[in-house]
Design a protein around this ligand. Structure first.
Ligand SMILES: [Zn+2]
Length: 241
């Protein structure tokens, strides 16, 4: 039986835990509805600590394990680690090719990524340069390089046929300003509960679990109020032809 790729989603982020903070409610909803969800993590997460005793190598192993645990909770199909060094990510052609490879391999109909632009009106959220780089590389991979067989011909040589993603959702959930032009994905309480459990699997990154739980619930309720749902996450949504 050929696979129905209408129910395949991909989330491309910079770091382990980015997806759990930003869009894991939507991921939980998808897996509840029987979708295959794949994460693509651009960096190795090797800089996210204030502990002077832990090496980058050890930290990246811990964070990979934490991401795998979060993935099991959410019921992810796969997690792909591209392994670029944390903190130094650029939207290079190498990163674009590597994301294109994953898009061609899994053939998602929907791809979520982070905002490629620094939002100067987003309250006190300065934003991480790796998040901008991951977003830019992911969007450039969707269009046009995952689609065009003559771009990155080595992918075709690997047996990976071009693929057209149907929708892109840019994660705006953590941004201060949410406007009505955004797409609001309504969630059920059980989606938020699963998403919260997945976030808490990132033990090395969560200094205050109660505060993290409160954020997961209250922010999603706040966004839900905009669209008349108990809970929601917000995205800028693009329909592609
Ligand atoms: Zn991050």
């Amino acid at each position: 039986m050929t696979k129905n790729h209408d129910k395949v989603a991909m989330v491309v982020t910079a770091h382990p835990d980015d997806a759990e903070w930003g869009c894991s409610g939507s991921v939980a909803k998808w897996t509840r509805l029987g979708w295959d969800v794949v994460y693509v993590l651009c960096t190795d997460g090797s800089k996210g600590t204030e502990d002077r005793e832990i090496s980058s190598e050890k930290l990246s192993k811990i964070r990979e394990e934490e991401q795998r645990n979060a993935g099991k909770i959410l019921g992810l199909k796969a997690i792909e680690f591209l392994g670029y060094p944390d903190g130094y990510l650029e939207p290079s052609l190498d990163v674009r090719r590597d994301i294109s490879r994953e898009i061609r391999k899994y053939k998602p109909s929907v791809l979520i990524t982070t905002n490629p632009k620094r939002d100067l009106l987003s309250g006190n959220y300065l934003g991480h340069p790796d998040h901008f780089a991951a977003g830019e590389a992911a969007l450039s991979a969707v269009f046009p390089s995952a689609r065009d067989h003559l771009t990155f011909p080595e992918l075709l040589e690997e047996g990976l046929e071009p693929h057209k993603v149907k929708q892109v959702w840019i994660n705006m959930f953590n941004m201060g300003n949410l406007n009505n032009n955004l797409f609001f994905n309504p969630l059920e309480k059980k989606d938020v509960e699963l998403a919260t459990s997945a976030l808490l699997a990132h033990v090395s990154q969560i200094s205050d679990p109660d505060r993290a739980k409160e954020y997961m619930s209250s922010r999603r309720q706040e966004v839900g109020r905009i669209c008349g749902s108990d809970f929601a996450e917000a995205f800028a949504k693009f329909e592609l032809n």
